[in-house]
Design a protein around this ligand. Sequence first.
Ligand code: SAH
Length: 394
Amino acid sequence: MKLRLKAGREKSLLRRHPWIYSGAIDKVHGSPSSGDTVEVQASDGRFLAWAAWSPQSQIRARVWSFEEAEVPGPALLRGRIEQALALRRGLALQGVTNAMRLVHGEADRLPGLIVDRYGDTLVAQVLSAGIERWRDVLADSLIEQTGCARIYERSDAEVRELEGLPARTGVMRGDAPAVPLEIVEHGLGYEVDVLGGQKTGFYLDQRDNRRRIGELAAGCEVLNCFCYTGGFSFAALAGGALSVVSVDSSGPALGLARRNAHASGFDMPPTEWIEGDVFRYLRDARSQGRSFDLIVLDPPKFAPTAKHAPAAARAYKDINLNALKLLRAGGLLATFSCSGGVSAELFQKIVAGAAADAGASTTILGRFQAALDHPVLLEFPEGEYLKGLLLRRN
Ligand code: SAH
């Protein structure tokens, strides 16, 4: 089965960008079903790529390979898993953590597959029709090549709907994972709920940024907004924070955070866990005259795609403005965006606007990105979703 592109629409594929939008397609030869392999041709019939057909999605096909000889099948997929694992082995994460992202979708040339490792448990998200088609081959290959005991599937992300795939969760290979699981990251233990937690259970992409916050937190009164299960809170406490206030709207996430606090003995310095809306908390804290030395803002993705960027910009501006108002002179703000639809450049502009409105002179001390096990393909800049700024209020 073949896709013929419209004239001129081969350009992004020649630069090895892996997505083919519906609007770029001129003709479809044959009647591919969801997940079928299609040959993608330029308007003059030249071979461009092998791709997986996603009939329901605006991204109508995702590239498996740009090499004509690399026909998609079990051997190619096993090879991709092997390459993904080799990349992680080169990152020297063994002494740092037993939890890491093993497969990161497009960046590992497996568009729509996410696999996170927590000890000997793998948690997979199958997010595209092409991955769905090869699910069993991929699962067998993951078990064979990692030696892990089990795979739990968390294909309950909203993006599956865009692919016309129903949500699915459950054991994929092996037995059911323990709840919660214990992991270690930069010397700190965390409990993770891979069954009920957000995404696959833990925000592994923030690993190195949590450590950075820990290094900066000594002697600080800290506010951790959108704390989830308390990752940044524990890093700050371990780093010698005087107190930490943590806010999140998710009751179950805070429940696990409190358990984590208990297990790590970190309920010694004052810690407050507040279930509520951060937008509101920041306003209330100001009216109560509270202030902090270190504030973390790590909100959910307000702009999944570029079309949500204007509304997202207002939300980012609001929280950054109100957080800066709570920051003491000399204090630090670590502010993040994990929105694919907001570039690092736009994010910096939004934060600059917030600082101007807050009447705060601020200095950029550093920038944040996702940890190295969440790589980005240069030809696929959409993959660079997590960005952040470390600011000092002067
Ligand atoms: N920093 C965390 C990850 C944050 S994910 C870590 O390192 O683990 C974003 C979090 O924001 C989620 O836990 C979600 O429950 C929470 N959230 C979303 N909207 C919110 C709101 N309006 N107010 C408070 N929390 C919110």
